[in-house]
Design a protein around this ligand. Structure first.
Ligand code: AP5
Ligand code: ZN
Length: 216
């Protein structure tokens, strides 16, 4: 099954992706995670991406499309994958169509997580991530059992550099200007499904799972 998760920053794409890839046993492809790993390792890609990510701006299309093209050609994607945070512009969506067509594949589902802008700031500024395994928490909405310690691997939690109030504002503007128009693109293809992302985390997971299984 080939899936895209869409939604504004903080809608819960990463949180839900962790659960859905476990359930469906498919790889989780997050362009944000790929950029953060490259930035941590200070590779040429990471140094270039950092100029944009740290400001809350989208990384240029050519760079982002290249990463996804390479990743989708790996053998573990042959039976399905979950794209989280890609595509984010019309050009990226068109490039994805071409990549898929060249591989003789099509997208099965685009899930859009809907959350009001007012809630997103609180979600993002309170987010904490495990340094070791990448699991996502929230200091109020999804806290770990012990302060700053990952439940899954006992790793230390950290706050993303782009989760400040100022950067979140820029990220939301980028989303509205460049990514939201994609909803129409996928609605026209008839594969867009909307999920209310303001519900409890487990309720959102159950609804996505039912949609993917064709039971909703
Ligand atoms: P990326 O890493 O993709 O960030 P994003 O889209 O801004 O999304 P987030 O990861 O911030 O949010 P999320 O929806 O995954 O929410 P989460 O589950 O963590 O991209 C980062 C940067 O990389 C971009 O700004 C750009 O520079 C670059 N980039 C990436 N892809 C690109 C592309 N295709 N093109 C160009 N540039 C690109 O949840 C948020 C918080 O809320 C967590 O604390 C969580 O615990 C909590 N939460 C989740 N669900 C719920 C719930 N139901 N109720 C209460 N709290 C909840
Ligand atoms: Zn962990």
């Amino acid at each position: 099954m080939n899936i895209i998760f869409m939604g504004p920053p903080g809608a819960g794409k990463g949180t839900q992706a962790e659960k859905i890839v476990d359930e469906f046993q498919i790889p989780h492809i997050s362009t944000g995670d790929a950029f953060r790993l490259a930035m941590k390792q200070e590779t040429p890609l990471g140094l270039e991406a950092k100029k944009y990510v740290d400001q809350g701006l989208l990384v240029p299309d050519e760079i982002t499309i290249g990463i996804v093209r390479e990743r989708l050609q790996q053998s573990d994607c042959s039976t399905g994958f979950l794209l989280d945070g890609f595509p984010r512009t019309i050009s990226q969506a068109e490039a994805l169509d071409e990549i898929m067509a060249a591989m003789g594949k099509t997208m099965d589902h685009v899930i859009n997580l809907k959350v009001d802008r007012d809630r997103l700031l609180a979600r993002l500024t309170g987010r904490r991530i495990c340094k070791s395994c990448g699991a996502t928490y929230h200091i109020l909405f999804n806290p770990p059992a012990r302060d700053n310690v990952c439940d899954k691997c006992s790793g230390e939690l950290y706050q993303r550099s782009d989760d400040t109030e100022e950067k979140v504002g820029t990220r939301l503007d980028e989303y509205i200007n460049k990514t939201a128009p994609l909803l129409e693109y996928y609605r026209n293809k008839g594969i867009l499904r909307e999920v209310n992302g303001e519900q409890e985390i487990h309720t959102v997971t159950a609804q996505i799972s039912s949609l993917l299984r064709g039971q909703a």
